[in-house]
Write a protein that binds this ligand. Structure first.
Ligand SMILES: [Cu+2]
Length: 163
């Protein structure tokens, strides 16, 4: 009797997972963005065991990519301003991203309302002790659309001195 109930619960859980985001794999992350120029999270944490990370950015809003497009870009904290400026120079034709820029660890294309994009990258690109930030390169967005990207335990964030 008890076993049957458990099995049913497990089945329902699997169905929910299959229909929703892939929470089962900690190396696959998902976040949302919206018409209010926001990411749904300010911090993403990936376990050390992940050799490869997959990030999916969804735009849950209704506005077009031209009016309120967002991308998800990962880089060292210290490289963010330079990348944002280079992105502005690259312009909308290049999705506000400089081409072949080695400072960019990972980047999705820009998405508009109702769209989503996924990017995969190897965690071997991340150096221990460096601080990483994810942000959006649409003009003016990076000041508010940014968050911490942490590999492993959260106190990695405090490893560097305050900046
Ligand atoms: Cu944005």
């Amino acid at each position: 009797m008890k076993n049957t109930t458990l099995l049913r619960l497990t089945g329902a859980g699997l169905l929910l997972l299959a229909g929703g985001l892939a929470y089962a794999d900690p190396c696959k992350l998902a976040l949302e963005s919206n018409d209010q120029m926001q990411f749904s999270v300010h911090e993403l944490v990936v376990p050390n065991e992940c050799g490869e990370v997959e990030v999916t950015l969804r735009h849950s809003g209704k506005m077009s990519a031209r009016a309120m497009g967002h991308d998800w870009v990962l880089a060292k904290d210290s490289d963010v301003s330079a990348i944002v400026n280079a992105g502005l120079a690259a312009g909308p034709a290049h999705g506000y991203l400089p081409e072949h820029d080695k400072r960019i660890i990972a980047a999705t294309p820009i998405v508009g309302g109702g769209e989503s994009a996924t990017v995969k990258f190897a965690t071997s690109l991340l150096q221990a002790g460096s601080r990483y930030v994810f942000f959006c390169t649409s003009p003016g967005h990076a000041t508010v659309m940014r968050g911490k990207f942490l590999l492993g335990v959260t106190h990695v964030a405090q490893a560097g001195n305050s900046n």
